[in-house]
Write a protein that binds this ligand. Structure first.
Ligand SMILES: NC(=O)C1=CN([C@@H]2O[C@H](COP(=O)(O)OP(=O)(O)OC[C@H]3O[C@@H](n4cnc5c(N)ncnc54)[C@H](OP(=O)(O)O)[C@@H]3O)[C@@H](O)[C@H]2O)[C@@H](O)CC1
Ligand SMILES: [K+]
Length: 490
């Protein structure tokens, strides 16, 4: 499991840890990990040109101490100080002792302000590596103008960028990027991941992320604010039939989807459900012929959901068109229900709120925006906040689809982020496959949080396998689910 903790939690943990350690010990651990990552990226440290962008806080301190380590190994290290009067004094002294220099205005020993500006640009443009220590977890909002200007020069230089703890300008807790921010190739983060490193849009700014252990793990609380399942976690969740299992014990999933206009949605939802571990898939709706033609193992009924027979979980909504009656009937069932696509528009949301059995809602950003009464761009800019708000508002587990799919649990407030997604999954019908897959996992007994997050994980992996660098259709993704399942189990 990969976990992320909020700034408040990190700060509290750090206070506890610092009280037990000699002063500066944590910063030295951070700087050592940072310098090692920079050295690895450089390949050859001796003779390389490293530029440090140094802000006024401890993030700048980490950067200066790491710079000192690189200078001792023979790198030419130049520090650009954004607030020379408030720079981390110990870090700067260490850098100078190691032979590092300060460039730009206000350094005291360097050329005057006007000339200094050019020196800074020249230096950055010649750099082999830029280290972004402008701001870390103490940051508020996007970069300030001077930092933004420097970030522009860095982008122009094309030099690889290592961000210290976080790319400066992104929000550590939310993953929001409300102004200018540094784009990094690698982010070296300390003690724990921060939520912003795992959630878009900030995740995209971070590049690859490396976690440096500074001993924080032992003082962090057991429950993180955000977690990301890995292969082993998903493997532990997936159902496996025992010797005694029959189709009812393995779970029957009901799919109420498709319409005369959109029969394909029914076929795709069933294709996902058949690969999700349930013992049987029942289909209810007007696309029975199309479903049977493609998947003869489906139990098809043209009666409504009430008359469909035993079902342990329902999926309602994909391609449902305007069939509000079926959605209402499914919501009356006292079993877990997954609501997707048209179902999200057709459902009586007061009924959803009052349901006793679990509900899993699976909107994309546009559907989530409609449910929250905000613009789609706002959901995309603030994915974590949006998914939490939806879960609280509808007292349902909510899976917000997208480049980083999020699943929020209404009771605990825990959010899971899925890391297996690929942009190849942004293809018509891919959401229908996901609904069927998640519904099938619900029917086999997983909680809504586990079913949603395990389904997102398998679906993302299947998308990668199906695409393998080329476009793939939603049915290819469904066909690749068994391979993803085996890969996770291996
Ligand atoms: N604590 C620990 O044990 C350990 C902490 N560690 C490290 O410390 C970091 C946290 O350090 P921190 O608390 O000093 O805050 P930090 O992120 O450096 O920035 C604060 C300064 O930035 C400024 N500023 C704010 N917003 C800005 C913006 N948008 N654009 C530009 N500037 C902005 C703001 O200035 P002001 O508003 O006062 O003008 C303030 O002075 C953490 O991320 C990790 O790297 C590691 O060593 C491991 C041990
Ligand atoms: K930073």
């Amino acid at each position: 499991m990969r976990t992320a903790y909020s700034v408040e939690t990190v700060r509290a943990a750090e206070r506890g840890l610092m009280a037990r350690l000699p002063e500066g010990a944590l910063m030295q651990r951070a700087a050592a990990g940072l310098a090692a990552a920079c050295a690895e990226l450089l390949g050859r440290v001796y003779g390389s040109r490293v530029v440090l962008l140094v802000g006024s806080g401890d993030n700048g301190g980490d950067t200066l101490y790491a710079g000192a380590r690189l200078a001792r190994r023979g790198a030419g290290v130049a520090a650009v100080l954004l607030s020379p009067e408030r720079v981390h004094a110990g870090g700067l002294a260490a850098l100078r002792r190691a032979g590092g220099r300060v460039v730009g205005a206000g350094s005291g020993t360097e050329p005057a302000a006007a000339a200094g500006i050019d020196r800074v640009e020249e230096t950055i443009l010649r750099a082999d590596l830029v280290v972004d220590g402008i701001v870390g977890i103490g940051g508020q909002g996007g970069l300030r103008p001077e930092a933004e200007r420097l970030a522009g020069v860095v982008a122009e230089s094309g030099a690889p960028v290592v961000a210290v703890d976080l790319p400066s300008g992104v929000d550590a807790d939310t993953g929001e990027v409300r102004g200018a921010a540094v784009r990094a190739d690698l982010t070296v983060t300390f003690g724990t991941h921060k939520p912003g490193l795992l959630v878009d849009p900030a995740r995209e700014y971070a590049g690859s992320v490396r976690l440096v252990d500074i001993g924080l793990g032992e003082v962090l609380p057991a429950r993180p604010e955000l977690e990301a399942l890995q292969h082993a976690d998903v493997a532990a969740l997936l159902p496996s039939p025992g010797a005694e299992s029959d189709k009812y014990r393995r779970g029957v999933v009901g799919i109420a989807a498709g319409s005369a206009r959109y029969p394909g949605a029914a076929v795709l939802a069933v294709s996902g459900a058949l690969r999700g571990g349930a013992g049987a898939v029942r289909y209810v709706g007007p696309a029975g012929d199309a479903v049977i033609a493609r998947f003869p193992e489906t139990l098809v009924s043209d009666q409504g959901p009430h008359k469909a027979g035993r079902v342990q979980a329902w999926v309602v909504g994909p391609g449902a068109g305007d069939d509000a009656g079926t959605v209402a009937e499914v919501l009356e069932a006292d079993v877990p229900v997954l609501i997707d696509a048209d179902g999200l528009r057709l459902a009586d949301l007061d009924v959803v709120r009052e349901r006793r059995a679990p509900t899993l809602m699976t909107p994309h950003a546009g559907e989530a925006a409609a449910l929250l009464g905000v613009a789609r761009e706002e959901v995309e800019a603030a994915r974590l906040k949006s998914v939490r708000e939806l879960a609280a508002k509808y007292r349902a587990t909510v899976l917000l689809k997208g480049s980083t799919t999020l699943v929020a649990d209404p009771a605990s407030g825990l959010v899971r982020v899925n890391a297996t997604g690929t942009s190849w999954l942004a293809t018509a019908g891919s959401g229908d496959v996901l609904s069927g897959l998640a519904g099938s996992l619900l029917a086999s007994g997983l909680s809504a949080l586990d079913a949603g997050s395990a389904a997102a994980y398998l679906h993302g992996l299947a998308g990668r396998f199906a695409a393998d660098g080329a476009p793939a259709g939603a049915h290819d993704v469904a066909d690749a689910i068994p391979g993803a399942w085996r890969d996770v189990r291996r």
